[in-house]
Design a protein around this ligand. Structure first.
Ligand code: TYD
Length: 203
């Protein structure tokens, strides 16, 4: 049986799906209710994650295989670091919500690199209790990314995002019992998406 971490929730979606906004809203909502929350993300804010950001921005160039290993290393530290890792926060009684987790590696890294190896690299990580998937059509995501006006990251292209979306579907069809998928229509307004998440989570 795969390990499932209670009170660990993750948000997933295509680039531009708006997961970061929803995470901030959830944090505030729970905080206002007096629930302790640790809001986090992958790539992380730690050194490993900062290195990955440079790769995503095109500043450092490495093979696709290396990117898969980097994400797995960043994730291992994110989960297991005894000082600030996810397990440590959970043991302190907090709810941990992460903007992306290993589902992103399956969805993104399987495209440029061997999917079986990506699976293997991520096979030891525990599952979260909930996966909150903001399901948005690729067209909408791309127009939001373009609306931001920033330099695009390496994965922010139409054809790539189509594959990412398909990969998410295949991963979500194999979740173990105890890891629940909450799918929200990303075409709804931010407020509607948030309300749906709160309702489905029963918080
Ligand atoms: P994200 O922080 O959601 O994007 P931004 O802050 O630029 O809006 O994610 C950064 C990118 O990293 C995104 O394109 C997805 C990608 N990613 C992977 O390819 N594999 C992974 O395992 C993770 C966690 C993210």
């Amino acid at each position: 049986m795969p390990e499932i971490l209670k009170n660990f929730w993750v948000l997933e979606g295509l680039d531009g799906a708006g997961t970061t906004t929803q995470l901030k809203n959830l944090e505030k909502y729970l905080d206002d209710k007096g629930t302790k929350v640790f809001r986090t993300a992958e790539p992380t804010v730690y050194e490993t994650g900062r290195f990955i950001r440079k790769v995503l921005g095109g500043e450092i160039k490495v093979p696709q295989s290396t990117i898969a290993y980097l994400f797995a290393a960043d994730r291992d530290n994110h989960i297991n670091n005894p000082e600030y890792g996810i397990k440590t926060h959970l043991e302190a009684g907090e709810i941990v919500i992460s903007d992306r987790y290993f589902f992103s590696s399956f969805a993104y890294q399987s495209i440029g690199f061997d999917g079986e190896t990506v699976k293997m690299l991520n096979s030891r990580f525990p599952y979260p209790e909930f996966v909150l998937y903001v399901d948005t059509p690729v067209e909408d995501c791309i127009s939001r990314i373009e609306g931001r006006g920033n330099e695009k990251e390496i994965y922010e292209k139409f054809d790539y995002q189509v594959k990412v979306r398909d990969n998410y579907e295949s991963i979500f069809s194999t979740l173990p019992t105890g890891c629940t998928l909450i799918r929200v229509d990303g075409r709804l307004t931010r407020e509607e998406i948030f309300k749906t998440l709160v309702r489905e989570l029963g918080i």
